[in-house]
Design a protein around this ligand. Structure first.
Ligand code: BG6
Length: 480
């Protein structure tokens, strides 16, 4: 049932993720009417002893949009209550349950259901005890029906074994349909558009294969380092932080076969299949880098070898993609902030214009910033001469959809959890396959067996990565 009383419980309420992402997303949903105040209550839970008002004061500053939303903001903050307790303490969770229950009883519109959504804005090390406490003391026991759901976020483990262990621990307590594993890239507008682009357009259907596509690049760059998060980051590195999850999800959507329908299970079945078709990563198809100055962060060990940059080529062993390199590249402290997919087509055979030096056809999906979809193609240079030039067919969202606000990833994903739609969440078997692909490489890196090149902050990353791209067949197109 999707009506009735809804309790959203944010565990780790005073932490960074909650303040920067969870509460702002909830506020935006509230402002758009998705969290009706006569049905919804929000509860913060954390170890720190705070009053309701203390918590409200802590998050207030993260919620203002620079617009005049004073009254709305106050009303929203009034929906939030706070309970403090340890993450493994029976009394804390009993107190939480009692507070939620009081709200459920007092909510007039509790007709048919009492829904409880637990958002774990916490480090994964406490997922197992917290899930146990929720299961024992806080699940919805109302005769009225309703549900209990758990939202968790990466890192889900550090390798295949630890991820499987975590999955089993949570899986013993909750069923898969109750567990929402967030990968916030799946909440991005243009990531959600990938399925539509691929399967609703006749243009692409016959071209999307090894006969026509030379290589695919999926790139993430940030123009800042790990400032303030060095301690966390150093334990994980760029592959676990970005590539194994965010870029791999994009990879799945680009490479998977057409699902039987757009039902979440059908889509996720196809993702699993394409992940299962990925061949073992070859050492010579990996370039790792670390930006100069990374170890100056006091929370990072001086001798850290952790990569802040990586380029990894994935190869799919199936009829559609045999021989096509999928180049996944991610880096911190580079020259720009950008995430995009570049699908590069093969050269035109027997090119009578001899224009191939100008670049190939490319289909680009820019996920951020300035969302855009464009095609690079060759046209006649306007004028009296018969010469060619590379140009673009451009769907720039800012121009085409100027009046439309693109929702934040977290906003959309939280709404999905309330609605019970798991399409944009990572299923357990998908997670396992993702770890299968990267674990051998990660273990080699952890054992110090892989070389990490230094690169200058603000650069394109190690030059070895450009060389790898060239070897993989990528032809630099002219800037756009
Ligand atoms: C997070 C990573 O998952 O994604 C961060 O832990 C990274 O290191 C962030 O900065 C990037 O997200 P976005 O949405 O800004 O591209």
């Amino acid at each position: 049932p999707d009506t009735g009383c809804l309790s959203i419980i944010v565990l780790g309420a005073s932490g960074d993720l909650a303040k920067k992402k969870t509460f702002p997303a909830l506020f935006n949903l509230y402002r758009q009417g998705f969290l009706p105040p006569d049905e919804v209550h929000i509860f913060g839970y954390a170890r720190t002893k705070l009053s309701d008002d203390d918590l409200r004061d802590r998050i207030r500053g993260y919620l203002s949009h620079g617009k005049d939303n004073g009254e709305e903001l106050s009303k929203f903050l009034q929906l939030i209550k706070y309970v403090s307790g340890a993450y493994d303490a029976e009394e804390g969770f009993r107190a939480l349950d009692k507070t939620i229950f009081e709200h459920e009883v007092s909510t007039k519109s509790t007709e048919g259901s009492a829904r409880r959504l637990f958002y774990l804005a916490l480090p994964p090390s406490v997922y197992p005890p917290v899930c146990k406490m929720i299961k024992l003391y806080c699940t919805n026991k109302s005769d009225l029906g309703g549900w209990t759901r758990i939202v968790v976020e990466k890192p889900f483990g550090k390798d295949l074994a630890s991820a499987e262990q975590l999955s089993s621990q949570i899986g013993e307590l909750f069923d898969e349909p109750q567990i929402y594993r967030i990968d916030h890239y799946l909440g991005k507008e243009l990531v959600q558009n990938l399925l539509v682009l691929r399967f609703a357009n006749r243009f692409f259907l016959p071209l999307w294969n090894r006969d026509n596509i030379d290589n695919v690049q999926i790139v993430f760059r940030e123009d800042f380092g790990t400032e303030g998060r060095g301690g966390y980051f150093d334990e994980y590195g760029i592959i676990r932080d970005i590539i194994q999850n965010h870029l791999l999800q994009v990879f799945c959507l680009i490479a998977m076969e057409k699902p039987i329908s757009i039902r979440p299970e059908h889509i996720r079945d196809e993702k699993v299949k394409v992940l299962q078709s990925v061949q073992p990563i070859k050492e010579e198809e990996v370039v790792l880098g670390q930006y100069e100055g990374y170890t100056a962060d006091p929370t990072v060990p001086d001798n850290s070898n952790t990569p802040t940059f990586a380029t990894v080529i994935l190869r799919i062993h199936n009829e559609r993609w045999e021989g096509v390199p999928f180049i996944l590249k991610a880096g911190k402290a580079l020259n720009s902030r950008k995430a995009e997919v570049r699908v590069q087509f093969k050269d035109v055979p027997g090119d009578i214009f001899r224009c191939q030096k100008q670049g190939r056809n490319e289909f680009v999906i820019r996920l951020q910033p300035s969302e855009a979809i464009y095609m690079k193609l060759t046209v006649k240079q306007p004028g009296l001469e018969m010469s060619t030039v590379q140009s673009e067919l451009d769907l720039s969202y800012r121009q085409r959809y100027s009046g439309v606000t693109i929702p934040e990833a977290y906003e959309r994903l939280i709404l999905d959890t309330i609605r019970g739609d798991q399409q944009h969440f990572v299923r357990r078997d998908e997670l396992k396959e993702a770890w299968e692909i990267f674990t051998p490489l990660l273990h080699r890196i952890d054992r110090g067996e892989m070389k990490t090149a230094l690169y200058k902050p603000g650069s394109r990353g190690p030059t070895e990565a450009d060389e790898l791209l060239q070897r993989a067949g990528y032809v630099q197109t002219h800037g756009y």
